[in-house]
Design a protein around this ligand. Sequence first.
Ligand SMILES: [Zn+2]
Length: 464
Amino acid sequence: MSRLLIENGTVLTINDRHDIFDSGCVLIEDDRILYVGPRSGLPEQVDADRMDATGKAVMPGLVNCHTHLCMIFGRTLATDVDLLTWLDRQMPVMAAMDDAAMLHAQLLGCVENLKNGNTTVVENLFAARTDTFSPETLAFEAMRQAGLRGMVARAFEARHFDPAFAETPAEQTRRVTALARDWHGADNGRLRLAIGPLLPWAVDESMLRHTRALANDLGLPLHMHVAESQEFNRVIARHYGRPVRNVELLHETGCLGPDVQAVGVSDLSAHEIELLVDSGTSVVLDPQTRLFWGTGFPSLKPFLDAGVTCGLATNGPAANCGQDLFESMKYACATAKTAVGDPSVLPARRALRMATIEGARALGISHQTGSLEVGKRADVITLDLRQPHLTPASNLDACLVFSARGADVRDVIVDGSVRMRDRRLTFIDETALLTRCNDLANACLERVAHRQSDSRPSVSREIS
Ligand SMILES: [Zn+2]
């Protein structure tokens, strides 16, 4: 049995009462939280290792509900093009990845998330399909090494896509079944598997139904990009040959429900929002990445008014160019205000909850993480408040949402295990990892440069 006492910090619980304890403490035993509250609530002598949090905020680890760590080697490539052209530029880099590149890309992404205070991460993984190695297994291996609470949301593509990435429903079933057996619920329940098509025009109705049936058989959540832009809905109507919108299509094929996370959701009708509410489907919002592509952004007010569970995400490092969920909170507020001309529409406190407990609820793991409460898994971060840009922190919620950055995170604990202490990672030589990743990324880019550009498949050409 191991015990760790985090003491003298400002403890932000994110419980239902949103309790904040000045000079509070968190006592962790093994993987669980044993006590949260004022120091006076514990005996004077506590047999535990100590972590002094003087001058720091102590809060739940953040929940990053959607990213693509598999694309991290494409960071800063194609920063000034539209979404589909961006995808065309990124896919050759991904197709050039071997098993070493995929493993190290995933590790780099896990490290970047941990250093930003994200203790839970959903990796929406798509990759060139091969039977020589499993990209999903490498993603899980990286999460295991980093000690993250992670979900690999395995994307399925079948048509209008680079053939190297496509697979048949039978291949999907075979690979997903093996992955679920090996990884879903592994490592003390920390690792989970989800499935779903990467893009709705990469499949057809029967494949959507097949994916839903497979998810039901194996007890897996569904995780998908949904209505990312107006163009997205136009492409769907063209592909399916009728004026069907994305959420309507998911409703018809049984792909909505409380086990579904719909990502992006920038172009929804009022009827589609009703379908989300009636089915208990959660949404995942990545406002700064919407702004990056210039595809428009969702007006959050209809989701808030309708009572939809909203998680926050960074989206992938190749789109966002970062993995800072504090930035997502700030942009969520800014875009929500701008969309309806109402500065009160998304208060800082709600944004903070979206990045923690509400995100955990969207993923179906709020019984494990997302708040500091007795009996929950110990996913805890500390932030140094003694900095010019965080002084004075008169309103702690607003300070964290509008002024804090991921780089302010000092300590990270996941499942009771200290993964970063005073910004030093405990499980890996960070400098060696960065050197190796630069070498592997350069090798991928060199392989891409040797291919003829006109021989590359084009996602945007295929669907036009
Ligand atoms: Zn995405």
